[in-house]
Design a protein around this ligand. Structure first.
Ligand SMILES: NC(=O)c1ccc[n+]([C@@H]2O[C@H](COP(=O)([O-])OP(=O)(O)OC[C@H]3O[C@@H](n4cnc5c(N)ncnc54)[C@H](OP(=O)(O)O)[C@@H]3O)[C@@H](O)[C@H]2O)c1
Length: 241
């Protein structure tokens, strides 16, 4: 039986490219999605056409504990094994002081912090058995205090803290690392003006936006780096310097 990786938020964008890269390396893929069923299904269809039974899709809204539990149960029962988990799914929007509600708190904390932790707990025994690894996807803005995003940043900051704490707690059986992307893609449904884009590019020593491949390369590295745990890998073209 092939090794299997569960990637949350894998129907689109960075998660999708990570799923494709692990598939190309021979892994079976559990593609988690929330709303993007067509993208998830087409990705799974492409993979299963190349290698039968190599991909399955599971829907879950990671804001809800019941859905998190359902995702973990289905991933294990339908696939039979899990060797790695990438906590990639994320809700992202601004919450200036004076505008936010408890629902905003629940949504931003849910996908970015609560779900990763509860998924790790749900898969802990399985990952231990398989000497697996976990990659949490955070954000370099945790250290840059991106204005008007306090709740999102608190959640991603918590995810970085979990990464270090759980790396120690779960060693030597499971490695836990994080990737902190810089400016990779415009937020979903947002189109930056060329002026906005240039301003960002001018703040990046490597003089370009990142690409999905830059994050994929880091994920593949961490999947193979057997002496690396508890690390936050900034993939940001030097923006955080
Ligand atoms: N893009 C960047 O430049 C950048 C910069 C810094 C950090 N990051 C981090 O890198 C990761 C990937 O970035 P991205 O831009 O590719 O992510 P994204 O497109 O914003 O989100 C990825 C997926 O997360 C899923 N998701 C959101 N809320 C959810 C919920 N409540 N329950 C379940 N799934 C939910 C969505 O799935 P559905 O579409 O199926 O609903 C979405 O497709 C994220 O963790 C992000 O915070 C990205």
């Amino acid at each position: 039986m092939n090794k299997t990786i569960l990637i949350t938020g894998a129907a689109k964008r960075i998660g999708r490219e990570m799923a494709k890269a692990f598939f190309d390396k021979g892994w079976d893929i559990v593609i988690h999605f929330n709303n993007s069923i067509e993208d998830a299904q087409s990705l799974a269809d492409q993979m299963n056409a190349q290698r039968s039974n190599s991909a399955l899709i599971i829907q879950a809204n990671l804001d809800h504990a019941k859905d998190i539990e359902k995702l973990a149960d289905l991933a294990l029962s339908k696939n039979g094994r899990i060797d790695a988990l990438i906590n990639n799914a994320s809700t992202f929007y601004p919450t200036p002081v004076g505008t936010f509600s408890e629902a905003n708190w629940e949504a931003l904390m849910g996908s970015n912090l609560k779900a990763p932790l509860f998924l790790i707990q749900a898969f802990c025994e399985e990952l231990k058995k398989n000497n697996g690894f976990i990659i949490n996807v955070t954000d370099i803005n945790v250290d840059k205090a991106l204005i008007n995003h306090s709740i999102y940043l608190a959640a991603k900051s918590g995810l970085q803290t979990l990464t270090r704490a759980l790396a120690k707690e779960l060693a030597p059986d499971i490695r836990v690392n994080a990737i902190a992307p810089g400016a990779i893609l415009e937020p979903p449904n947002v189109e930056w003006t060329s002026e906005q884009k240039n301003k960002i590019i001018n703040s990046v020593p490597m003089a370009r936006m990142g690409t999905e491949k830059d994050i994929v390369d880091a994920a593949i590295y961490l999947s193979e780096a057997e002496y690396v745990t508890g690390q936050i890998l900034n993939i940001d073209g030097g923006k955080s310097l």
